[in-house]
Unconditional design. Sequence first.
Length: 446
Amino acid sequence: MNEYAQRVLDLRRSQAPWELEYLQSVTEVFESIGSVIEADPRLERDKILERMTIPERVISFQVPWLDEKGEIQVNNGYRVQFNSALGPYKGGLRFHPSVNLSVLKFLGFEQTFKNSLTTLPMGGGKGGSDFNPRGKTDHEVMNFCNSFMRELFRHIGPDTDVPAGDIGVGAREIGYLFGQYKRLANTFNGVLTGKGLAWGGSLVRSEATGYGAIYFVQHMLAKKNQEIAGKKIALSGFGNVAWGAALKATSLGAKVITISGPDGYILDEDGLDFEKVAYMLELRSSGRDIVAPYAEKFPSGKFIAGRKPWEVPVDIAMPCAIQNELNGEDAAQLVANKVELVAEVSNMGCTPEAIHCFQGNKINFAPGKAVNAGGVATSCLEMTQNASHTYWAAEKVDARLYMIATGIHEACVRNGTEVDGYINYVAGANIAGFKRVAEAMLAQGI
Ligand code: 2IT
């Protein structure tokens, strides 16, 4: 690692050694940008790395709410407004018991470079709560969302900070959050994305993360003179992102043979079809956070309890669940099973050991900030539609999404191709994302 980058990383580690996820995400970016730092002395002079690694603002608040029994429950709520060099803070809200400040700082840091990669005008932010939606009633979710927004509303706005969904925050939660924002701010505007289609949402937004990921994979394959039809794919997760990826991959003739949940994974050697993909939504709306019922409904599906799908031989692996879900051992297993490429769809879904294993074996590995950027990019298209008081046709949104995925892939190839021709997508994405943020920070002073 570059000496200046190492110094800043060491400083941040000494200040908060417990923020493991955050330090992991900073390390990954800093390992990639040595050549950029060496080429531009202004970066160290203007303390760009020091300034990039402290969020511009962190809002931390209590979220008290009433459960069905009338008892008071209390959660932690946060919004990390990480970097506004390129536009208003933009990034999702995550409701999951694993949420803490380290997780949200890593997500906000990643989001900053991801949003930069889209080349659209968005800064980076992230927020959420350790609220666990599992097993909660609609009323409880609404009570929670109302309380969460009662504090958050004063910190956000269509030109200030535009939250969206993430794990545990889907259409239902965005609806409740938007309703409460509107009541408190007395304004109907594009303050949140992922809204319902009748009240400001964009066509294709709910599919966009998964669709964009598959478009990105198509480009990775095209670079190897291959196509996606006929490929066997292992997905993890069964939420919105895995659903969109499964839908697009299936419609392009690929065979998706796994999905997974916290309880284990489903292996379906027949591959998903549209009925099975539609069933993923039912699984999610059950609020139980398990995939086992799939095997009862579809006899071709086998439920493997307590294990991850990375032990199944496939051509393409796509983690779509949560950070660090694919570790060094999983990666070694995939490599032994002759995986051809790995596209990370979850944010930081692979551990550093896993990434190094893929790269060491010259397997093309693309990081989440490049692969999943179609989601936030389409959020920006929703903002564009809201700001111009109009709706676009699905074809127009989808065509823009495809173009954005194409542009990100090109940026990765341009910045990440090594002397032997191997495309280091991690380096390519980090360098391309970093450069725009750094340029804007240099221009805007302190
Ligand atoms: O990780 C992500 O990029 C998201 N959860 C989507 C963020 C957004 O603002 O659409």
